[in-house]
Design a protein around this ligand. Structure first.
Ligand code: NAD
Length: 435
Protein backbone atom coordinates (compact mmCIF):
# COMPACT_ATOMS: atom_id res chain seq x y z
CA UNK A 1 0.00 0.00 0.00
CA UNK A 2 1.09 3.56 -0.59
CA UNK A 3 0.67 5.51 2.62
CA UNK A 4 1.11 9.19 3.39
CA UNK A 5 1.53 10.20 7.02
CA UNK A 6 0.72 13.84 7.71
CA UNK A 7 2.63 14.97 10.81
CA UNK A 8 6.00 13.45 11.69
CA UNK A 9 5.81 13.83 15.48
CA UNK A 10 5.79 11.14 18.17
CA UNK A 11 2.79 9.35 16.66
CA UNK A 12 3.27 10.08 12.95
CA UNK A 13 6.92 9.17 12.82
CA UNK A 14 6.54 5.97 14.83
CA UNK A 15 3.42 4.86 12.92
CA UNK A 16 5.04 5.78 9.60
CA UNK A 17 8.22 3.83 10.20
CA UNK A 18 6.31 0.82 11.56
CA UNK A 19 4.03 0.73 8.51
CA UNK A 20 7.16 0.91 6.33
CA UNK A 21 8.64 -1.93 8.35
CA UNK A 22 5.50 -3.99 7.59
CA UNK A 23 6.36 -3.53 3.90
CA UNK A 24 4.19 -0.58 2.93
CA UNK A 25 5.58 2.39 1.02
CA UNK A 26 5.39 5.37 3.37
CA UNK A 27 5.98 9.09 2.94
CA UNK A 28 6.06 11.16 6.14
CA UNK A 29 5.15 14.80 5.72
CA UNK A 30 5.59 17.64 8.14
CA UNK A 31 5.05 21.37 7.90
CA UNK A 32 8.08 21.88 10.11
CA UNK A 33 10.85 22.09 7.51
CA UNK A 34 13.50 21.77 10.24
CA UNK A 35 12.08 18.39 11.26
CA UNK A 36 12.09 17.11 7.69
CA UNK A 37 15.61 18.43 7.10
CA UNK A 38 16.80 16.60 10.20
CA UNK A 39 15.09 13.37 9.14
CA UNK A 40 16.55 13.61 5.64
CA UNK A 41 19.98 13.99 7.22
CA UNK A 42 19.38 10.86 9.32
CA UNK A 43 18.73 12.71 12.59
CA UNK A 44 15.65 11.86 14.68
CA UNK A 45 14.02 14.99 16.09
CA UNK A 46 12.61 13.19 19.15
CA UNK A 47 13.98 10.66 21.62
CA UNK A 48 12.24 7.30 21.36
CA UNK A 49 14.10 4.03 22.03
CA UNK A 50 14.83 2.04 18.84
CA UNK A 51 13.45 4.69 16.51
CA UNK A 52 16.71 5.86 14.97
CA UNK A 53 17.72 2.40 13.84
CA UNK A 54 14.29 1.45 12.51
CA UNK A 55 14.09 4.70 10.52
CA UNK A 56 17.59 4.18 9.09
CA UNK A 57 16.79 0.61 8.01
CA UNK A 58 13.55 1.52 6.29
CA UNK A 59 15.01 4.57 4.57
CA UNK A 60 17.87 2.40 3.32
CA UNK A 61 15.45 -0.21 2.00
CA UNK A 62 13.57 2.53 0.13
CA UNK A 63 10.21 2.11 1.87
CA UNK A 64 10.31 5.29 3.97
CA UNK A 65 10.89 8.86 2.85
CA UNK A 66 10.33 12.38 4.16
CA UNK A 67 9.19 15.58 2.52
CA UNK A 68 7.37 18.84 3.09
CA UNK A 69 5.67 18.44 -0.32
CA UNK A 70 2.19 17.19 0.49
CA UNK A 71 0.69 17.43 -3.01
CA UNK A 72 2.74 14.79 -4.83
CA UNK A 73 2.59 12.17 -2.13
CA UNK A 74 -1.12 12.65 -1.42
CA UNK A 75 -2.07 12.32 -5.08
CA UNK A 76 -0.26 8.94 -5.27
CA UNK A 77 -1.48 7.40 -2.00
CA UNK A 78 -4.10 4.76 -1.24
CA UNK A 79 -4.29 5.78 2.40
CA UNK A 80 -3.55 9.10 4.09
CA UNK A 81 -3.13 9.28 7.85
CA UNK A 82 -3.62 12.53 9.73
CA UNK A 83 -1.33 12.45 12.78
CA UNK A 84 -1.04 16.15 13.62
CA UNK A 85 -1.29 17.61 17.10
CA UNK A 86 -4.60 18.26 18.88
CA UNK A 87 -3.49 20.32 21.89
CA UNK A 88 -5.84 21.99 24.36
CA UNK A 89 -7.29 25.16 22.89
CA UNK A 90 -6.10 28.15 24.83
CA UNK A 91 -8.81 29.55 27.04
CA UNK A 92 -11.48 26.85 27.12
CA UNK A 93 -9.77 23.44 27.18
CA UNK A 94 -11.53 22.08 24.08
CA UNK A 95 -9.28 20.18 21.67
CA UNK A 96 -7.74 22.59 19.15
CA UNK A 97 -8.69 20.96 15.84
CA UNK A 98 -7.25 23.62 13.57
CA UNK A 99 -4.24 21.44 12.57
CA UNK A 100 -6.55 18.54 11.70
CA UNK A 101 -8.89 20.73 9.64
CA UNK A 102 -5.99 22.47 7.86
CA UNK A 103 -4.55 19.07 6.97
CA UNK A 104 -7.98 17.92 5.71
CA UNK A 105 -8.23 20.96 3.42
CA UNK A 106 -4.72 20.45 2.04
CA UNK A 107 -5.32 16.73 1.44
CA UNK A 108 -8.68 17.32 -0.26
CA UNK A 109 -7.12 19.58 -2.82
CA UNK A 110 -4.73 16.86 -4.02
CA UNK A 111 -6.39 13.43 -3.70
CA UNK A 112 -6.93 11.45 -6.89
CA UNK A 113 -8.90 8.20 -7.20
CA UNK A 114 -10.52 6.42 -4.25
CA UNK A 115 -8.53 7.36 -1.14
CA UNK A 116 -9.01 6.44 2.50
CA UNK A 117 -8.39 9.33 4.89
CA UNK A 118 -7.60 8.13 8.40
CA UNK A 119 -7.65 10.34 11.47
CA UNK A 120 -5.01 8.96 13.82
CA UNK A 121 -4.86 12.11 15.91
CA UNK A 122 -6.97 12.00 19.08
CA UNK A 123 -10.09 13.96 18.15
CA UNK A 124 -13.45 14.57 19.86
CA UNK A 125 -16.45 12.56 18.78
CA UNK A 126 -17.93 14.04 15.61
CA UNK A 127 -14.62 15.33 14.23
CA UNK A 128 -14.62 12.73 11.46
CA UNK A 129 -17.95 14.13 10.25
CA UNK A 130 -16.44 17.60 10.10
CA UNK A 131 -13.26 16.36 8.37
CA UNK A 132 -15.47 14.72 5.73
CA UNK A 133 -17.60 17.86 5.34
CA UNK A 134 -14.51 20.07 4.94
CA UNK A 135 -12.98 17.73 2.38
CA UNK A 136 -16.18 17.51 0.32
CA UNK A 137 -16.57 21.28 0.46
CA UNK A 138 -12.94 21.81 -0.64
CA UNK A 139 -13.11 19.22 -3.41
CA UNK A 140 -16.65 18.03 -4.29
CA UNK A 141 -15.22 15.50 -6.76
CA UNK A 142 -12.97 13.79 -4.24
CA UNK A 143 -13.68 10.05 -3.88
CA UNK A 144 -12.89 9.53 -0.22
CA UNK A 145 -13.79 7.51 2.86
CA UNK A 146 -12.97 9.15 6.18
CA UNK A 147 -11.99 6.68 8.89
CA UNK A 148 -11.15 6.97 12.59
CA UNK A 149 -8.18 4.91 13.81
CA UNK A 150 -7.03 6.25 17.18
CA UNK A 151 -3.52 5.46 18.36
CA UNK A 152 -2.80 3.87 21.74
CA UNK A 153 1.02 3.76 21.74
CA UNK A 154 2.93 4.99 24.78
CA UNK A 155 5.96 7.20 24.41
CA UNK A 156 9.06 5.37 25.61
CA UNK A 157 7.71 2.03 24.36
CA UNK A 158 6.14 3.33 21.17
CA UNK A 159 7.55 0.92 18.59
CA UNK A 160 6.75 -2.14 20.63
CA UNK A 161 3.26 -0.82 21.40
CA UNK A 162 2.64 -0.10 17.73
CA UNK A 163 3.85 -3.52 16.60
CA UNK A 164 2.13 -5.46 19.38
CA UNK A 165 -1.03 -3.54 20.19
CA UNK A 166 -3.70 -4.90 22.54
CA UNK A 167 -6.19 -3.97 19.83
CA UNK A 168 -6.57 -1.85 16.73
CA UNK A 169 -9.73 0.25 16.68
CA UNK A 170 -11.13 1.24 13.31
CA UNK A 171 -14.25 3.35 12.98
CA UNK A 172 -15.83 3.64 9.57
CA UNK A 173 -19.11 4.61 8.00
CA UNK A 174 -18.11 3.68 4.44
CA UNK A 175 -17.71 -0.08 3.94
CA UNK A 176 -15.25 0.45 1.09
CA UNK A 177 -12.63 1.38 3.71
CA UNK A 178 -12.85 -1.94 5.57
CA UNK A 179 -10.75 -3.94 3.11
CA UNK A 180 -8.18 -1.16 2.78
CA UNK A 181 -7.72 -0.86 6.55
CA UNK A 182 -7.49 -4.64 6.93
CA UNK A 183 -4.73 -4.61 4.32
CA UNK A 184 -2.89 -1.77 6.10
CA UNK A 185 -2.89 -3.72 9.37
CA UNK A 186 -2.60 -7.21 7.89
CA UNK A 187 0.79 -8.03 9.50
CA UNK A 188 -0.61 -7.25 12.96
CA UNK A 189 -3.86 -8.99 12.28
CA UNK A 190 -1.94 -12.13 11.28
CA UNK A 191 -0.05 -11.64 14.54
CA UNK A 192 -3.36 -11.95 16.40
CA UNK A 193 -3.85 -8.32 17.37
CA UNK A 194 -7.63 -7.94 17.27
CA UNK A 195 -9.03 -5.50 14.74
CA UNK A 196 -12.11 -3.90 16.27
CA UNK A 197 -14.36 -2.45 13.59
CA UNK A 198 -17.00 -0.01 14.73
CA UNK A 199 -18.59 3.26 13.66
CA UNK A 200 -16.54 6.42 13.34
CA UNK A 201 -18.13 8.15 16.33
CA UNK A 202 -17.77 5.13 18.58
CA UNK A 203 -14.12 4.80 17.62
CA UNK A 204 -13.46 8.45 18.42
CA UNK A 205 -15.06 8.05 21.82
CA UNK A 206 -13.18 4.81 22.60
CA UNK A 207 -9.93 6.75 22.59
CA UNK A 208 -11.15 9.36 25.08
CA UNK A 209 -12.94 6.82 27.26
CA UNK A 210 -9.75 4.75 27.41
CA UNK A 211 -7.50 7.64 28.38
CA UNK A 212 -10.04 9.00 30.88
CA UNK A 213 -10.32 5.58 32.52
CA UNK A 214 -6.54 5.26 32.87
CA UNK A 215 -6.25 8.81 34.23
CA UNK A 216 -9.00 7.94 36.72
CA UNK A 217 -7.13 4.82 37.83
CA UNK A 218 -3.96 6.83 38.48
CA UNK A 219 -5.89 9.51 40.31
CA UNK A 220 -7.69 6.90 42.39
CA UNK A 221 -4.46 5.35 43.64
CA UNK A 222 -2.97 8.80 44.26
CA UNK A 223 -5.85 9.66 46.57
CA UNK A 224 -5.47 6.26 48.27
CA UNK A 225 -1.79 7.16 48.76
CA UNK A 226 -2.76 10.37 50.55
CA UNK A 227 -5.11 8.39 52.77
CA UNK A 228 -2.39 5.80 53.43
CA UNK A 229 -0.12 8.57 54.69
CA UNK A 230 -2.81 9.72 57.12
CA UNK A 231 -3.69 6.27 58.45
CA UNK A 232 -0.28 4.57 58.37
CA UNK A 233 -0.96 2.14 55.53
CA UNK A 234 1.20 1.26 52.51
CA UNK A 235 -0.17 2.24 49.09
CA UNK A 236 2.04 -0.19 47.18
CA UNK A 237 0.53 -3.05 49.14
CA UNK A 238 -2.97 -1.62 48.69
CA UNK A 239 -2.30 -1.45 44.94
CA UNK A 240 -1.08 -5.04 44.89
CA UNK A 241 -3.93 -6.17 47.06
CA UNK A 242 -6.55 -4.73 44.74
CA UNK A 243 -4.61 -5.18 41.49
CA UNK A 244 -4.51 -8.97 41.86
CA UNK A 245 -8.28 -8.88 41.51
CA UNK A 246 -8.76 -9.63 37.82
CA UNK A 247 -11.66 -7.20 37.63
CA UNK A 248 -9.33 -4.35 38.63
CA UNK A 249 -5.92 -5.32 37.22
CA UNK A 250 -2.55 -4.22 38.54
CA UNK A 251 -1.54 -1.74 35.85
CA UNK A 252 -1.77 2.03 36.29
CA UNK A 253 -1.88 1.68 40.05
CA UNK A 254 1.45 3.35 40.83
CA UNK A 255 1.02 6.31 43.13
CA UNK A 256 3.06 9.34 42.12
CA UNK A 257 3.09 13.08 41.53
CA UNK A 258 0.03 13.10 39.26
CA UNK A 259 -0.33 12.23 35.58
CA UNK A 260 1.15 14.50 32.94
CA UNK A 261 2.30 14.16 29.36
CA UNK A 262 1.04 14.97 25.94
CA UNK A 263 -2.22 13.01 26.23
CA UNK A 264 -3.96 12.47 29.59
CA UNK A 265 -4.21 16.14 30.68
CA UNK A 266 -5.52 17.43 27.37
CA UNK A 267 -7.68 14.40 26.59
CA UNK A 268 -9.44 14.30 29.97
CA UNK A 269 -10.15 18.00 29.67
CA UNK A 270 -11.42 17.68 26.10
CA UNK A 271 -13.74 14.82 27.12
CA UNK A 272 -15.12 16.96 29.95
CA UNK A 273 -15.83 19.78 27.47
CA UNK A 274 -17.39 17.50 24.85
CA UNK A 275 -19.63 15.89 27.46
CA UNK A 276 -20.74 19.27 28.80
CA UNK A 277 -21.54 20.43 25.27
CA UNK A 278 -23.81 17.40 24.88
CA UNK A 279 -25.53 18.00 28.24
CA UNK A 280 -24.14 14.74 29.52
CA UNK A 281 -21.43 15.78 31.97
CA UNK A 282 -18.79 13.24 33.01
CA UNK A 283 -18.50 14.33 36.61
CA UNK A 284 -16.08 11.58 37.59
CA UNK A 285 -13.63 12.88 35.01
CA UNK A 286 -14.24 16.52 35.97
CA UNK A 287 -13.12 15.53 39.46
CA UNK A 288 -10.14 13.57 38.15
CA UNK A 289 -8.98 16.65 36.24
CA UNK A 290 -9.23 18.91 39.25
CA UNK A 291 -7.69 16.42 41.73
CA UNK A 292 -4.76 15.86 39.39
CA UNK A 293 -4.23 19.59 38.77
CA UNK A 294 -4.05 20.24 42.51
CA UNK A 295 -1.78 17.30 43.11
CA UNK A 296 1.16 18.46 41.00
CA UNK A 297 1.65 21.65 43.00
CA UNK A 298 0.88 19.81 46.23
CA UNK A 299 3.93 17.68 45.47
CA UNK A 300 6.00 20.87 45.57
CA UNK A 301 4.60 21.55 49.03
CA UNK A 302 5.42 17.98 50.05
CA UNK A 303 9.06 18.58 49.12
CA UNK A 304 9.08 21.84 51.06
CA UNK A 305 7.65 20.08 54.13
CA UNK A 306 10.26 17.31 53.81
CA UNK A 307 12.98 19.97 53.69
CA UNK A 308 11.83 21.40 57.01
CA UNK A 309 9.04 23.71 55.91
CA UNK A 310 11.12 26.53 54.45
CA UNK A 311 13.24 26.32 51.30
CA UNK A 312 14.03 30.02 50.84
CA UNK A 313 17.66 30.22 49.77
CA UNK A 314 18.03 26.44 49.99
CA UNK A 315 19.28 24.34 47.13
CA UNK A 316 16.98 21.60 45.81
CA UNK A 317 18.11 19.06 43.20
CA UNK A 318 15.39 17.64 40.95
CA UNK A 319 16.09 14.36 39.15
CA UNK A 320 13.82 13.63 36.20
CA UNK A 321 12.05 16.39 34.29
CA UNK A 322 10.16 14.57 31.54
CA UNK A 323 6.63 13.33 32.28
CA UNK A 324 7.88 9.74 32.29
CA UNK A 325 11.12 7.86 31.57
CA UNK A 326 12.44 7.02 28.10
CA UNK A 327 11.09 10.10 26.40
CA UNK A 328 12.26 13.67 25.94
CA UNK A 329 8.64 14.90 26.07
CA UNK A 330 8.09 17.71 28.60
CA UNK A 331 4.45 18.41 27.74
CA UNK A 332 2.49 18.92 30.99
CA UNK A 333 5.21 17.17 33.00
CA UNK A 334 4.54 17.18 36.77
CA UNK A 335 8.14 18.42 37.18
CA UNK A 336 7.05 21.80 35.81
CA UNK A 337 4.54 22.40 38.62
CA UNK A 338 6.79 20.88 41.31
CA UNK A 339 9.68 23.14 40.31
CA UNK A 340 7.41 26.17 40.04
CA UNK A 341 6.16 25.59 43.60
CA UNK A 342 9.76 25.28 44.80
CA UNK A 343 11.04 28.41 43.07
CA UNK A 344 7.93 30.35 44.20
CA UNK A 345 8.95 29.42 47.74
CA UNK A 346 12.46 30.79 47.15
CA UNK A 347 14.36 27.55 46.48
CA UNK A 348 17.38 27.47 44.18
CA UNK A 349 16.71 24.52 41.89
CA UNK A 350 19.11 22.42 39.84
CA UNK A 351 17.54 19.94 37.46
CA UNK A 352 18.87 16.91 35.66
CA UNK A 353 17.24 14.63 33.10
CA UNK A 354 18.89 12.04 30.84
CA UNK A 355 17.03 13.11 27.67
CA UNK A 356 14.65 15.96 28.46
CA UNK A 357 16.89 18.93 29.28
CA UNK A 358 16.82 20.56 25.84
CA UNK A 359 13.03 20.60 25.88
CA UNK A 360 12.91 21.50 29.59
CA UNK A 361 14.86 24.68 28.90
CA UNK A 362 11.93 25.94 26.81
CA UNK A 363 9.34 25.41 29.55
CA UNK A 364 11.16 25.80 32.88
CA UNK A 365 12.78 29.13 33.64
CA UNK A 366 15.02 30.20 36.47
CA UNK A 367 16.78 26.94 37.29
CA UNK A 368 20.22 25.59 36.48
CA UNK A 369 20.85 22.28 34.75
CA UNK A 370 23.43 19.68 35.76
CA UNK A 371 25.28 17.10 33.67
CA UNK A 372 24.46 14.15 35.93
CA UNK A 373 22.64 13.33 39.21
CA UNK A 374 25.76 13.82 41.34
CA UNK A 375 26.52 17.24 39.90
CA UNK A 376 22.89 18.21 40.58
CA UNK A 377 23.20 17.06 44.19
CA UNK A 378 26.30 19.15 45.00
CA UNK A 379 25.51 21.33 48.01
CA UNK A 380 21.80 20.40 47.87
CA UNK A 381 19.55 20.58 50.93
CA UNK A 382 17.14 18.10 49.37
CA UNK A 383 17.11 15.72 46.42
CA UNK A 384 13.79 14.99 44.68
CA UNK A 385 13.11 12.17 42.24
CA UNK A 386 10.24 13.25 39.99
CA UNK A 387 10.67 10.81 37.07
CA UNK A 388 11.72 7.18 37.49
CA UNK A 389 14.47 6.94 34.88
CA UNK A 390 16.43 3.68 35.30
CA UNK A 391 19.62 5.56 36.06
CA UNK A 392 18.01 6.91 39.26
CA UNK A 393 17.11 3.47 40.56
CA UNK A 394 20.57 2.58 41.81
CA UNK A 395 22.11 5.89 42.83
CA UNK A 396 25.29 5.74 44.91
CA UNK A 397 23.73 7.00 48.12
CA UNK A 398 27.04 7.25 50.03
CA UNK A 399 28.45 9.44 47.30
CA UNK A 400 25.29 11.56 47.25
CA UNK A 401 25.43 12.02 51.00
CA UNK A 402 28.97 13.37 50.92
CA UNK A 403 28.00 15.78 48.10
CA UNK A 404 24.80 17.10 49.66
CA UNK A 405 24.48 19.77 52.30
CA UNK A 406 21.60 17.93 53.99
CA UNK A 407 20.83 14.29 53.17
CA UNK A 408 17.11 14.51 52.43
CA UNK A 409 15.65 12.34 49.67
CA UNK A 410 12.08 12.85 48.43
CA UNK A 411 11.07 9.99 46.16
CA UNK A 412 7.87 10.91 44.32
CA UNK A 413 7.91 7.58 42.40
CA UNK A 414 8.51 5.13 45.25
CA UNK A 415 11.53 3.61 43.53
CA UNK A 416 13.41 3.08 46.82
CA UNK A 417 12.56 1.28 50.03
CA UNK A 418 12.78 3.38 53.16
CA UNK A 419 15.27 1.15 54.97
CA UNK A 420 17.80 1.01 52.15
CA UNK A 421 17.93 4.82 52.03
CA UNK A 422 17.85 5.62 55.75
CA UNK A 423 20.69 3.20 56.47
CA UNK A 424 22.92 5.53 54.45
CA UNK A 425 21.99 8.39 56.78
CA UNK A 426 19.25 9.96 54.64
CA UNK A 427 15.89 11.29 55.74
CA UNK A 428 13.49 9.67 53.27
CA UNK A 429 10.01 10.69 52.15
CA UNK A 430 7.96 8.83 49.56
CA UNK A 431 4.34 8.56 48.45
CA UNK A 432 1.73 6.77 50.54
CA UNK A 433 4.10 4.59 52.53
CA UNK A 434 4.91 4.60 56.22
CA UNK A 435 8.05 6.71 56.89
P1 NAD B 1 3.51 16.12 17.79
O1 NAD B 1 3.31 17.53 18.18
O2 NAD B 1 4.73 15.39 18.25
O3 NAD B 1 3.49 15.99 16.20
C1 NAD B 1 2.57 16.62 15.37
C2 NAD B 1 3.30 17.03 14.09
O4 NAD B 1 2.35 17.45 13.11
C3 NAD B 1 4.25 18.20 14.27
O5 NAD B 1 5.54 17.82 13.86
C4 NAD B 1 3.67 19.30 13.36
O6 NAD B 1 4.66 20.12 12.77
C5 NAD B 1 2.93 18.48 12.33
N1 NAD B 1 1.86 19.18 11.60
C6 NAD B 1 0.86 19.96 12.08
N2 NAD B 1 0.06 20.37 11.10
C7 NAD B 1 0.53 19.84 9.94
C8 NAD B 1 0.13 19.88 8.58
N3 NAD B 1 -0.97 20.53 8.19
N4 NAD B 1 0.88 19.23 7.67
C9 NAD B 1 1.98 18.53 8.04
N5 NAD B 1 2.40 18.44 9.32
C10 NAD B 1 1.69 19.08 10.27
O7 NAD B 1 2.20 15.36 18.27
P2 NAD B 1 2.04 13.82 18.71
O8 NAD B 1 2.47 13.63 20.11
O9 NAD B 1 2.62 12.95 17.64
O10 NAD B 1 0.45 13.69 18.68
C11 NAD B 1 -0.28 13.65 17.49
C12 NAD B 1 -1.68 13.18 17.79
O11 NAD B 1 -1.67 11.84 18.28
C13 NAD B 1 -2.40 13.99 18.87
O12 NAD B 1 -3.76 14.09 18.56
C14 NAD B 1 -2.22 13.16 20.11
O13 NAD B 1 -3.24 13.37 21.06
C15 NAD B 1 -2.30 11.76 19.55
N6 NAD B 1 -1.62 10.75 20.34
C16 NAD B 1 -0.40 11.01 20.87
C17 NAD B 1 0.25 10.02 21.61
C18 NAD B 1 1.61 10.29 22.21
O14 NAD B 1 2.03 9.49 23.05
N7 NAD B 1 2.29 11.36 21.86
C19 NAD B 1 -0.34 8.76 21.77
C20 NAD B 1 -1.58 8.53 21.19
C21 NAD B 1 -2.22 9.52 20.47
Amino acid sequence: MKITMIGAGYVGLVSGVCFADFGHEVVCIDKDAGKIEALLAGRIPIFEPGLEQLVAENVKDGRLSFTTDLATSVSQSDVIFIAVGTPSRRGDGHADLSYVYDAAREIAAHVTGFTVIVTKSTVPVGTGDEVERIMRETNPDADIAVVSNPEFLREGAAIDDFKRPDRIVIGLNDERARGVMTEVYRPLYLNQSPLLFTTRRTSELIKYAGNAFLAMKITFINEMADLCEKVGANVQEVARGIGLDGRIGGKFLHAGPGYGGSCFPKDTLALVKTAQDHDSPVRLIETVVSVNDNRKRAMGRKVIAAAGGDVRGKKVAVLGLTFKPNTDDMRDSPAIAVIQALTDAGAIVTGYDPEGMDNAKHVIDGITYAGNPYQAAEGADALVIVTEWNEFRALNLDRLKTLMNTPILVDLRNIYQSGEVTKHGFTYTSIGRPE
